[in-house]
Design a protein around this ligand. Structure first.
Ligand SMILES: [Zn+2]
Length: 363
């Protein structure tokens, strides 16, 4: 959005693949709601099986807001380098790395999976039995000039996809791809209710569902967002502040309900989403931004034969599928682009819910 970068890039030639200078910038969470841009040691040359990525962009997600506010039960230590979702350029490769080369534009998987267990071997990366934490949440993340990663956890970005768009693949697009197509198994011609259609994943879900020929109902919190959601292709947009979405969905489906409900709001909408389902309908959820717990009716669950899927993260295959969609023209909706120094402003904006689409932090 034309905001000037206030901090100079480091004097490092990322094109040559030579080891970076000793110091680099890192955005570090030092206390709850307190992030500082600090100078820290750059990583050493990548070891066997590793690549060094020069980070170019970070995508913000609700998990960043949770981490920034502070979570009593999360096992982690401060200070912590933030940034869960990243894109960049390979700056150096380890001795035996053949899949990546210097200059490749890549995105990184955001959790350090083992690569060895049954789930990993079967490509169900987000079910790794030995996952060593989420980067940027439990352990140091991507908001720094350079990071070393296992080469198996990076995915090459197609030439015609920008860094700004590609950065939305590992978490936002990947999560939605996994929810809609691996878990809920949404099919052409089906109906879907997308809750909070103006959010990063909401906008992604509307576009992906429309792209396969589903009929999309979505909820938004104001009329300006309603117009934008319609422009993305949503068939029925409901302002949940002025109408009861359950009633509207049931009415517009001739009291039958929808095939799939896409949830990430939680207590405020979860039971309403269940009420919108047809018998045998599927609810898939990847988040709960309005709280942790609800009560729901078990009679309704089995009598209506609902299927409920919890979904967290995605597989590396889902990231590839997401990038392929972008290459074919299905691009993420970007709300705002901010420079590294304004990471917290981005988090404030995300927390305020005054967003339509993704907030991207550019290096
Ligand atoms: Zn594993």
């Amino acid at each position: 959005m034309g905001i000037e970068q206030t901090i100079a890039a480091p004097a490092v030639d990322q094109r040559t693949g030579t080891a970076p200078a000793r110091a680099m910038r890192a955005l570090t969470l030092v206390a709850d709601r307190k992030i500082e841009l600090v100078e820290t040691a750059a990583p050493p040359a990548p070891g066997p099986g590793e690549v060094q990525i020069g980070i170019k962009a970070i995508g913000l997600n609700h998990i960043d807001v949770w981490g920034w506010r502070g979570m009593a039960f999360a096992k982690r230590k401060l200070p912590l380098i933030v940034g869960v979702e990243a894109a960049g350029e390979v700056a150096a490769v380890g001795p035996d790395v053949t899949m990546s080369k210097v200059g490749d534009r890549v995105v990184a998987y955001g959790a350090l999976t083992c690569g060895q267990c049954k789930a990993c071997r079967e490509g169900r990366d987000n079910l790794c039995e030995n996952v060593a934490s989420i980067m940027g949440f439990h352990i140091d993340g991507f908001a720094r000039d350079f990071v070393n990663m296992p080469a198996r956890l990076v995915v090459k970005v197609p030439d015609n996809v920008s860094m700004r768009d590609a950065v939305c693949a590992p978490v936002a697009f990947g999560t939605v791809q996994h929810m809609l197509f691996d878990n809920a198994r949404l099919e052409p011609g089906e109906t879907i209710l997308v809750q909070a259609g103006g959010s990063g994943i909401g906008t992604s879900a509307i576009k992906m569902a429309k792209a396969i020929g589903a009929t999309v109902f979505t909820t938004v919190g104001d009329d300006a967002k309603a117009e934008k959601a319609k422009a993305l292709g949503a068939d029925h947009v409901i302002n949940y502040r002025t109408e009861r979405f359950e009633s509207v969905v049931r009415k517009l489906t001739g009291k039958k309900g929808v095939d799939v409900a896409f949830e990430h709001v939680g207590p405020d909408t979860f039971n309403g989403s269940l009420l919108c389902l047809k018998r045998g309908g599927r609810l898939v959820t990847c988040g709960s931004t309005t709280g942790q717990s609800i009560q729901f009716n078990l009679f309704q669950l089995y009598l209506q034969q609902y299927r409920i899927f919890g979904s967290f993260g995605c597989s590396i295959r889902n990231i590839r599928e997401s990038l392929a969609k972008m290459a074919a023209g299905l691009l993420p909706v970007i709300d705002t682009e901010v420079p590294l120094s304004e990471f917290e402003r981005g988090l404030n904006r995300l927390e305020s819910r005054q967003v339509f689409g993704k907030i991207v932090v550019m290096f």
